[in-house]
Design a binder for this molecule. Structure first.
Ligand code: ADP
Length: 402
């Protein structure tokens, strides 16, 4: 089965082509082809394509609409320097990451008119993502007609979180209005939970895991018996941890105070989503690597930014530990989780009172999926390279074959 994965974001499109024959391979296979489009602005984007055979293409696309650029990207599947197919007709299924599935979509589904309506209805809750996801689905329908398309929701893994954790203690009406914790990064959290069990050669159902997805966006998930029971992102991806440019949780009274001073909703949105977090506090960058360089040069704001990042991460980890009633495994994933040995070491040091201990040599190693805990550690500590695209492909296989 040839599965095309479309992972459309607000400013980038990632696509992969997997082929699965017979049974699901583990560990994840290398995609036959992968492509990424990064938008500099409305009409210009950078395209990078690479194939399993190591053919590569890098190109600047100018004056193209999003759909035109996506069509161009798909063309590299069978023409130019990176062909892996004779034509689009060889694709059996298209699998889409859809950021928001609301409360009704608790697992991946084959796309129907009703599913498209639901994705559209949820646009106000994910204005930067759901329109791009829908656009991808419609474009593939136009190109490929009736082949199955599967929607894999980033919220689905969180849909079994108990009400006590999804309810905000505002007025009861909020529940009817759909104002509740949804949680995000679900595809990554689910992948990491499954991969952790596989690496440890244990049953996922027997484990209590805390997954730390620490990329530009960041969230924690508490996973028990294979299901997510708590997470740090909420009604929107702004809640919880301090992130690259997002504030994470702040006292809502601050927003009321600023609104009284004349701040509009759009200005607050921009401040909290784009000008806060590591970037806002350091005044240097959203990227932890730049912040760390500035610290080494004695930059005080940069030091505060990193200290605050770790402080918020520790507080939220404590909350997840309490929700789970302890933990067997902590997983670090995404940009910072996979690459920052320093952040991992400091977090694990803070957990020493629970008997957590890492092996410094393993922690400093190049990132590969592995257990970096010392033999005597009471909690296993794993570094896992998150593979959302493989999870999205796997979901469509499960959806169509079982
Ligand atoms: P996204 O959430 O956009 O998918 P990633 O998961 O790729 O992002 O994470 C990107 C972030 O990871 C960067 O902004 C940077 O803060 C961090 N990062 C990547 N490599 C390192 C590193 N070696 N040390 C510290 N931080 C890193």
């Amino acid at each position: 089965m040839k599965i095309l994965v479309l992972n459309a974001g607000s400013s980038s499109h990632k696509c992969c082509l997997y082929t699965i024959d017979g049974i699901l391979p583990e560990p994840p296979p290398t995609p036959l082809w992968e492509a990424e489009l990064d938008w500099h602005d409305q009409n210009n984007a950078a395209l990078i394509v690479k194939t399993k055979q190591d053919n590569k293409l890098t190109e600047e696309l100018s004056s193209l609409s999003r759909s035109e650029a996506l069509l161009y990207l798909l063309g590299t599947l069978w023409q130019g320097a990176t062909p892996v197919l004779q034509g689009l007709k060889e694709i059996d299924v298209v699998s889409h990451r859809v950021v928001h599935g609301g409360h009704d979509y608790q697992s991946s589904v084959v796309v129907t008119a009703e599913v498209k309506d639901a994705i559209s209805t949820l646009i106000p809750l994910a204005p930067a993502h759901n329109p791009a996801n829908l656009e991808g689905i419609v474009l593939m329908e136009q190109l490929l007609g009736n082949i199955p398309q599967v929607a894999v929701f980033d919220t689905a893994f969180h849909s079994h979180i108990p009400d006590v954790s999804t309810t905000y203690p505002g007025p009861y009406d909020w529940i009817e209005q759909g104002i509740r914790r949804y949680g995000f990064h679900g595809i990554s959290h689910q992948y990491c939970a499954q991969r952790a069990a596989q690496l440890l050669n244990l049953e996922l159902a027997d484990l209590r895991l805390i997954i730390c997805h620490l990329g530009n966006g960041a969230s924690l998930a508490a996973v028990k018996k294979g299901q997510c029971i708590d997470t740090t992102m909420g009604f929107t991806p702004l809640d919880g941890l301090m992130m690259g440019t997002r504030s994470g949780s702040v006292d809502p009274g601050i927003l009321i105070h600023l609104m009284h001073q004349g701040y509009s909703a759009d200005r607050l949105d921009h401040l909290l989503n784009q000008e806060s977090g590591l970037k806002g506090i350091s005044g240097i960058s959203h990227d932890l690597r730049d912040v760390e360089i500035a610290i080494s040069q004695g930059h005080k704001q940069a030091k505060l930014a990193r200290d605050l990042y770790l402080h918020r991460l520790k507080s939220c980890l404590g909350a997840m530990l309490m929700s789970l009633g302890g933990a067997d495994v902590i997983v670090f994933t995404a940009g910072i989780g996979e690459h920052s040995a320093g952040v991992r070491a400091e977090i694990c040091d803070a957990l020493a009172f629970l008997g957590v201990k890492i092996d410094p040599t393993k922690n400093d190693c190049a990132p590969v999926d592995q257990d970096i805990a010392a033999a005597e550690s009471t909690i296993r500590v794993l570094v896992i390279h998150t593979q959302e695209d493989w999870m999205i492909a796997k979901e469509s296989w499960n959806c169509l074959m079982t």
